[in-house]
Design a protein around this ligand. Structure first.
Ligand code: MG
Length: 262
């Protein structure tokens, strides 16, 4: 059996590509700029997307408004509102539905995510994944002080489940917050490093922020959790996969401060 009784997932860049949400939001922001500022829609989108591809985060709209002579709080708020208010069209990564289905009934399945509540709700609705989870916890902007890496969402998720922290694992993509929060709450953690993930090239800032395990996709997670008793062979070795064998293995990570004895 799985060593865990609960597997709880992050949302953005873990279950779907966050860049797809960003792209849709920029389309909406460009449409707003076309109708309200008389700018050329495609040119606005192209510029916003180029900023994103260049790694600019957090002040993309401020920069664009400034460059085009539209700086100001009213425009700023309206552009953000267009972005956040768009109806997202998202698809989960290919391995998400099969994995959740395979795990269903063997462990409790959960989701912990944070951000503008309406935005996170809209993403989940677009993905159609809410019914796949036993328990969903969304921390909105009014709860910003409790966002990961606070242990609070992890503690809250367990309430009423009868599951102990040591029996729970969190699977996420962001080394700045996902694994540290889980560790502080006494959970295990798994990093998923998607090839197109926004945080794929980032590394933990400190040893305690490192995940316990890393996987390249969810197929390898599901394979690793199957009870091996059904056959004498490893389910990982049995699994047919177009990807390299190395990617399928749920491998524990040696944390930097470890002396290798654990
Ligand atoms: Mg994420």
């Amino acid at each position: 059996m799985s060593r865990w009784r609960a597997i709880v997932f992050d949302l953005d860049d873990t279950l779907y590509p966050e860049r797809d949400y960003v792209r849709g939001g920029f389309v909406a922001a460009a449409e707003w700029a076309a109708s309200e500022l008389d700018e050329e829609r495609q040119a606005v989108f192209d510029e916003l997307w180029a900023s994103f591809e260049a790694g600019i985060r957090g002040d993309t709209f401020d920069r664009w408004l400034e460059r085009h002579g539209h700086a100001g709080e009213v425009n700023r708020r309206a552009m953000i509102s267009a972005y956040r208010g768009h109806l997202p069209q998202l698809e989960p990564y290919e391995d998400v539905r099969p994995t959740l289905e395979a795990l269903r009934g063997t462990v409790q399945l959960g989701l912990i995510t944070e951000g503008a509540r309406a935005v996170q709700e809209a993403k989940l609705a677009a993905l159609g994944l809410r019914p796949a989870f036993d328990k969903v916890l969304i921390l909105g902007e009014d709860e910003r002080g409790e966002w990961k890496p606070s242990p609070r969402p992890f503690e809250d998720w367990l309430v009423g489940t009868g599951i102990a922290p040591a029996e729970a694992v969190y699977l996420g993509d962001n080394p700045a917050k996902d694994f540290l929060g889980a560790r502080r709450a006494g959970w295990s953690s798994i990093r998923i490093r998607r090839p197109d993930g926004l945080h794929r090239d980032e590394e933990p800032f400190a040893p305690e922020a490192a995940p316990d395990f890393e996987v390249a996709d969810l197929e390898s997670l599901a394979a690793s959790l199957q009870p091996p008793a059904a056959s004498n062979q490893s389910p990982i070795a049995n699994r047919q996969s177009p990807v390299s064998g190395e990617k399928q293995i749920l491998r524990p990570l040696a944390r930097p401060q470890d002396d290798g004895s654990t």
